[in-house]
Design a protein around this ligand. Structure first.
Ligand SMILES: Cc1cc2nc3c(=O)[nH]c(=O)nc-3n(C[C@H](O)[C@H](O)[C@H](O)COP(=O)(O)OP(=O)(O)OC[C@H]3O[C@@H](n4cnc5c(N)ncnc54)[C@H](O)[C@@H]3O)c2cc1C
Length: 417
């Protein structure tokens, strides 16, 4: 149990604010320091999915049990998603249960970042923005990604299309990963994730948008801005080092396969706070509650790195077949994320080859998944439709449309000192 002095947290994102809320509620003096000018500023109105399939417990029940008010931010529940196969067939995965919730990231008042921030402030935490602190001076390190293992690029637009979600497995448009369409209350996001590093990466987003325009003719996109971000995928030997708790993405606690990380970010922040309050052992609980999922995702990522559209198609078929049999599309996807003996063995075999040592990890034994090189098949010429999407964006950009993430850099929203 840490001493009773003030607690300094580096990073006022999801994990840092979750920890701050629990600590401040318990009466501790908490200071959260962030280099950006607000919580959520790393993102710019992107929609993200709070997955609800990897465990039996509903994530909102967990949040409530930890004392968070889920009505403080906007979350739209979904029980269905369009599953877009690599050969453009579109089927629906559905479940009787809430499969996932879409939340917005950013600085608007209805975002999850601001919702958790309000709870941290109400509990008494002090948040200091635009400040630089040293890792050595903080007890909780919650500053998101450091390196880059993968990137995502998206466009936000106005649309009159009703709320809708689509998830596409397509190795050309989203090398090694997936693309998605999210529409919530008149605002849409089309995003593509690149798990292989690319030159001229804009062409992937333009081509993906052109694909959605063609297959969802009612979109009638009115582009607003372009967003994105990088993901840092690491395995750490120690989660508590020299009295510092590494939480969220800083502790490598997210899904290597597809990049889901919000749930583990908040969860690990809560665990770190509970350890400081003497209610649990952070390192032990991370290894018990979260690490088996992270390791499963490393095994999944290794498999994904070895396949292309043919296997993606097989996955889609198997998902749909399983859904028909069980009357629930959540079971198949849930199984993919859950630890098994086989995945745990696969993790042991493949992780030494997949991850590279980070020499700057202050003795924490961090091993990072490098951003993979492109493959020959990633070299293709944009279609005419994609060129038209590009010209449309250029026009919007000229009249003030902003890009908040470019050239794999996460620094765009960091204010100059
Ligand atoms: C484009 C994109 C889409 C994603 N989609 C999903 C999704 O659909 N579902 C999902 O679950 N996850 C998704 N993720 C992952 C998810 O966003 C992260 O796992 C999650 O935000 C990690 O939370 P965190 O608390 O570790 O970091 P963050 O919430 O990013 O907070 C980190 C904070 O630390 C601050 N900071 C950075 N450096 C410093 C420093 N040196 N000093 C002080 N403060 C600092 C930052 O400004 C930021 O406020 C996505 C990620 C990206 C990039």
């Amino acid at each position: 149990m840490a001493e009773q002095g003030p607690i300094n947290i580096m990073g006022a994102g999801l994990s840092g604010l979750a920890a701050a809320t629990i600590l401040a509620k318990a009466g501790r003096e908490v200071h959260v320091h962030d280099i950006r000018d607000d919580s959520g500023a790393r993102f710019d109105g992107d929609f993200q999915a709070l997955e609800n399939w990897s465990m039996d417990v509903d994530f909102f029940d967990q949040l409530k049990q930890w004392g968070f008010d889920t009505s403080e931010f906007k979350a739209t529940e979904f029980t269905e998603v369009d599953l877009i196969h690599p050969d453009d067939e579109i089927t629906q995965a559905r479940s009787p249960k809430v499969s996932y919730r879409i939340v917005e990231r950013g600085t608007s008042s209805h975002t999850i970042d601001q919702g958790i921030k309000r709870q941290a402030l109400a509990a008494g935490a002090k948040i200091h923005y635009k400040t630089k602190v040293k890792e050595e001076d903080c007890q909780i390190i919650a500053c998101g990604p450091k390196g880059t293992s993968a990137v995502a690029y998206g466009e936000i637009f106005h649309t009159e299309h009703p709320n809708h979600i689509a998830f596409q497995l397509n190795d050309k448009l989203a090398p090694g990963a997936y693309s998605y369409l999210i529409i919530i209350d008149g605002v849409g996001l089309i995003c593509t994730c690149l798990w292989r590093k690319q030159k001229k990466s804009d062409r992937f987003l333009n081509e993906t948008i052109a694909w959605y325009d063609k297959h969802y003719p009612g979109l009638n996109r009115q582009p607003i801005k372009r967003v994105g971000g990088k993901g840092d995928f690491t395995i750490n030997a120690n989660y508590l080092q020299d009295g510092r708790y590494y939480v969220g993405e800083s502790g490598g606690l997210q899904d290597f396969m597809w990049g889901f990380g919000m749930r583990m970010a908040i969860w690990s922040g809560v665990l770190a706070a509970k350890d400081i309050l003497g209610e649990c052992d952070y390192d032990q609980e991370v290894r018990k509650q979260l690490l088996p999922y992270v390791k499963t995702s490393v095994a999944n990522r290794w498999l994904m790195n070895r396949v292309g559209d043919r296997t993606f198609k097989r996955m889609c078929r198997s998902w749909m077949k399983d859904q028909k049999k069980r009357n629930d599309g959540l079971i198949w996807i849930g199984k993919l994320f859950r630890p098994t003996l086989l995945k745990s063995l696969l993790y042991r075999i493949v992780n030494p080859f997949m991850l590279k040592k980070d020499p700057k990890s202050m003795g924490r034994g961090v091993r990072r998944m490098p951003f993979r090189k492109p493959l020959k098949r990633d070299d293709w010429e944009p279609s005419e439709a994609a060129m038209a999407v590009k010209s449309q964006w250029n026009e919007v950009r000229k009249s003030g449309g902003k890009t908040s993430f470019s050239k794999d850099s996460d620094q765009v929203s960091v204010p100059e000192s």
